[in-house]
Design a protein around this ligand. Structure first.
Ligand code: ADP
Ligand code: 5GP
Length: 222
């Protein structure tokens, strides 16, 4: 058995505009050990987006080659563009006890859950209403009107997939929604399947610390 904490794969999905980027950014700011999975996409960058930070922006031919080489843990067509998660990143994280955060859609969440059933936690962010979703998309001011219209048209279809998720968080008030997201994350890190190493370490005479919302064995904390 591994002598390390086993990382979790925290997937956060929602229709565009419900607030998942805002919530995920807060979570990453609070928990330094949570690493963001930077996806590959064929979508053009938005103003301010940086290659390698929000996404790896690739052209469709490169994306197709990556699919052929089996380099994605999951991939999907979303709003007319291709998006995919690096398989190497996921495998490395699981192998080294790192928690990974994913901002991916329900198709990606479903594929990851099928591949890593014990490691994936699926969180769905629900807007308080469809009209508030529209207001947020328009006031965010990042997409052309026809792009917003298309996102609103598919929002209902995305919402219908809520049943595939482990947790649903209504993002009406940002502070309240964040409190729930952080408690889901912290609680999930303490699942038995992830904390076996801590229990085994205590049994073998080592000291285990509870640091930053997660148990750390002496060898990890060093
Ligand atoms: P997503 O990543 O799901 O597309 P964003 O995080 O970009 O959504 O949020 C969409 C817009 O709504 C942003 O302008 C954001 O500041 C705003 N927003 C997020 N959460 C709330 C909230 N609880 N109340 C009001 N506005 C919010
Ligand atoms: P955006 O273009 O607004 O950044 O993202 C559009 C949608 O694509 C969002 O629902 C986002 O969660 C999803 N998405 C981003 N990266 C990936 C990915 O790697 N895989 C999948 N399946 N969806 C993704």
């Amino acid at each position: 058995m591994s002598n390390k904490y086993r990382g979790l794969l925290l997937v956060v999905s929602s229709p565009s505009g419900a607030g998942k980027t805002t919530l995920c950014t807060r979570l990453r700011q609070e928990f330094a050990q949570l690493r963001f999975s930077v996806s590959y996409t064929t979508r053009p960058p938005r103003p301010g987006e940086v290659h390698g930070r929000e996404y790896f922006f690739v052209d469709p031919a490169d994306f197709t080659e990556m699919v052929a080489r089996d380099e994605f843990a999951e991939y999907a067509l979303v709003h007319g563009n291709n998006y995919g998660t690096s398989a190497a990143l996921v495998n490395d994280a699981l192998g080294s006890g790192v928690d990974l955060l994913f901002d991916i859609d329900f198709q990606g969440g479903r594929q990851l859950k099928a591949k890593f059933p014990g490691d994936v936690v699926l969180v769905f962010i629900l807007p308080p209403s469809l009209s508030e979703l529209e207001r947020r998309l328009r006031s965010r001011n990042t997409d052309a009107p026809e792009v917003i219209d298309r996102r609103l048209r598919v929002a209902r279809d995305e919402l219908r997939h809520y049943q595939e998720y482990d947790y649903i968080i209504v993002n009406d008030d940002l502070t309240r929604a964040y409190d729930v997201l952080r408690s889901v994350y912290v609680s999930e890190t303490f699942r038995c399947v992830r904390q076996r190493a801590a229990a085994e370490a205590v049994l073998s005479g080592q000291q285990v610390l509870n640091i930053g919302g997660r148990a750390v064995t002496g060898s990890e904390g060093a």
